[in-house]
Design a protein around this ligand. Sequence first.
Ligand SMILES: O=C(O)CCC(=O)C(=O)O
Length: 260
Amino acid sequence: MDRFLVKGAVRGLTGESEGEQTRGGPAGVGEEEGNSRKKPRRAAPGNGVDSARPNWRHIRAEGLDCDYTVLFGKEEADEIFQELEKEVEYFTGALARVQVFGKWHNVPRKQATYGDIGLTYTFSGLTLSPKPWIPILERVRDCVSLVTGQTFNFVLVNRYKDGCDHIGEHRDDERELAPGSPIASVSFGACRDFFFRHKDSRGKHPCRRLSVVRLQLAHGSLLMMNPPTNTHWYHSLPVRKKVLAPRVNLTFRRILPATK
Ligand SMILES: O=C(O)CCC(=O)C(=O)O
C-alpha cells in the first residue's frame, strides 16, 4: 500500500495550503455542495444506530459521488470515541515519520491500521500486516456494512490531536482498492472541514476552475466516497488552528489481497 508513503509525503507538504476560514452553517455539507437529496438505503433493524432511517445527503459534482449521513447519535458516538481513544494502538517510531526529499518529518497526525488476518500492505517501503480487528472497530465496521450493504477488510485510523494536525491533498490509490469499491469514512470527535478539489483545478495554473466541494464531517458521521470520486478528486483535511479538540477518523476499505 504505497499510497501511505506517497500520501504522507504529499500531505506533509500540502496540508497547510488552504488558508484558515471561518464559516457559519450547520455541520454537514458546506455551501458548495452539489445537488442534495435523500437517498434511501437498507433499513437497520434496531441495532441502536441512528441509521434505522439514515437521512442521506447525496453530494454530486462532475466525477464526484458521495453520500453523507450522521450514523451515530451523540450518546453512542461519545461512547465509541472514548473506546477508540482507549483501544487503538497507533504507529510509533519510523512508521510515524515520513521522508520528503531526504528529510524526515513527523506525520502530522497519528495513524494505525487494522484488518483481516492474512492481508498485507506496503507502508514506508515495508510490507506489513494490519493489526487484527478489535471489537470497537468491528462494531463501527458492521454498522456501516448494515446501512450500505458494503463489506470492508481493512481500516486506516487517523487521529488528529487538534486542528493543527491535518492531512494534505491526496487521492486514495485505486490500485490497491477492490475495483468498484467505495471508501467509508466515519468521524468521531471534533467537527472538521473536509475539502474535495478536482484534479484539473489544482496548482497555480489549473487548466479548469471547478469549485472546491466543502464538507464538514460531524461527530458520528459517515461519508461514503463512491467510485469514481477518488479518480477525479483529491481530498484533504486542512489545518484549523481554532479547533482545540481531538478527532478520530476511520476509513474502511476493501483492499485486494497481495499478489505474489
Ligand atoms: O480524516 C479524514 O477525514 C480524512 C482521512 C483520509 O483522507 C484518508 O484516510 O485517506
